[in-house]
Design a protein around this ligand. Structure first.
Ligand SMILES: C[S@@+](CC[C@H](N)C(=O)[O-])C[C@H]1O[C@@H](n2cnc3c(N)ncnc32)[C@H](O)[C@@H]1O
Length: 305
């Protein structure tokens, strides 16, 4: 079994300390070798590697170039630094290093790299950062009690993700399912684009529809009767200023400690009312809601409690 390791830095040191005896490594590889040996093994260039038979190349550095053989034989230990899954297959690594190594590696990668849902039944088209953040947050909520809610559900894409990631939580879904409050001026095209939704269609796409509670109609009137509810996770995605402000007024006092409110579109240049609503809420309550801005497509603000 010919195993090569790309890189002679900290990553390679860690790998040899924890998993792979240097004696099992045929050679270390560098783009431009700066030494002849590392940990007692030869250091060769990529062009020299092209002449060898490679069963597995383990990449321990971040800045790996393209390699002159099948990508199936390359194992990227720093896979999690890329937004794409660079490990096309773990077969070569499994054959060389065994199941336990591969399983340990995959566990480390899961929260940030792997597909959102293993069975492929749900996708996160477009906004990888937004959905991956939701996944990471949902893991952080295991010790936080409380329900979940979304204000602004539309066709239920994000709601389905919440429902899949925290399947045991009650999920309140607030939307008119017929577009925005006519009293609120919506940017051209936005109102028409949101007229055509249906609560039944949303329920059909939820993996745990039994946990969903549909509150159809104009918020905040539709929250009547839920005053004593507490929330671990709220997605506030109402697009427009007055409804966003209504959402903040209603949900913020009901957030559990350790919970999160995701203020979608906070950094969206086309929807300035979202940011304005937060500023108005802070001014009227005197409470500063320090959040973490995401680099997702429309600039979600993650507000922790
Ligand atoms: C951008 S869409 C939500 C998209 C959804 N969160 C997703 O990620 O798939 C905004 C939704 O907010 C709803 N909405 C806005 N203001 C509302 C209000 N006051 N009451 C109920 N629904 C409202 C609209 O009907 C629209 O469907």
């Amino acid at each position: 079994m010919e195993i090569y390791v790309y890189g002679t830095g900290c990553g390679a040191g860690e790998l040899t300390r924890e998993t792979l005896e240097p004696t099992r490594i045929a050679a270390f590889v560098e783009s431009q070798p700066t030494r002849e040996t590392f940990l007692g093994r030869p250091v060769i260039s990529i062009s020299m590697l092209a002449e060898r038979t490679v069963d597995l190349l383990i990449v321990t550095a971040k800045d790996a170039p393209a390699f002159p053989f099948s990508p199936e034989k390359v194992l990227y230990l720093k896979n999690h630094l890329a937004l794409i899954d660079r490990n096309r297959s773990y077969d070569a690594a499994r054959a060389a290093l065994g199941d336990a190594f591969v399983e340990r590696l995959q566990r480390q990668e899961v929260p940030v790299r792997a597909p959102l849902w293993d069975d492929g039944s749900l996708a996160a088209p477009g906004d990888w950062v937004r959905y991956k953040t939701l996944e990471a947050i949902s893991r952080a909520l295991c010790a936080v009690p409380g329900a979940m809610a979304e204000l602004g559900v539309f066709r239920g894409e994000f709601a389905a993700a919440m429902n899949a990631l925290l399947p045991e939580r009650r999920l309140y879904l607030f939307d008119t399912f017929a577009g925005f409050d006519p009293a609120e001026a919506a940017p051209e095209g936005l109102a028409e684009a949101h007229e055509n939704a249906s609560a039944e269609a949303v329920l059909r796409r939820l993996p745990r529809a039994d946990k969903a509670v549909i509150r159809a109609g104009l918020f905040p009137a539709t929250a009547a009767g839920l005053e004593n509810e507490r929330f671990a996770l709220v997605s506030l995605d109402a697009d427009l200023e007055e409804s966003t402000l209504a959402g903040l007024r209603w949900f913020v006092p009901r957030m559990e400690q350790g919970g999160y409110l995701l203020l979608h579109d906070w950094n969206h240049p086309g929807l300035p009312g979202v940011r304005e609503a937060l500023a108005r809420y802070e001014a009227e309550t005197g409470q500063h809601l320090a959040g973490v801005p995401l680099c997702d497509i429309t600039g979600t603000l993650v507000i922790p409690f």
